[in-house]
Design a protein around this ligand. Sequence first.
Ligand SMILES: [Zn+2]
Ligand SMILES: [Zn+2]
Length: 95
Amino acid sequence: MFGGTAETCPSCGATLVDDGDGMRFECHSCPAGPFFMEGGVLVDAWDPQRRRGNAKACLACGGSLANAERTEAWEDGDNAATFDTCPSCGFENPL
Ligand SMILES: [Zn+2]
Ligand SMILES: [Zn+2]
């Protein structure tokens, strides 16, 4: 386990910049990331190999969308695109 909030970029090795809450990190040295801390493990939100099935990570909080509620396009009457509502923070993640 890591002692502090100094995480390194899995892509280029640079020190990641903590977004402020210790949960979201960005690399300012390469286009990788953002990265999210999930259960003590740094997860690249955009790495397809990290995605298990269609269980994506919430773009806002990094939580799993495995149990997210899916709203199809126009199901709400005013949403032009399908989105998954994050069960953790309620953010509407576009597909
Ligand atoms: Zn990097
Ligand atoms: Zn969320």
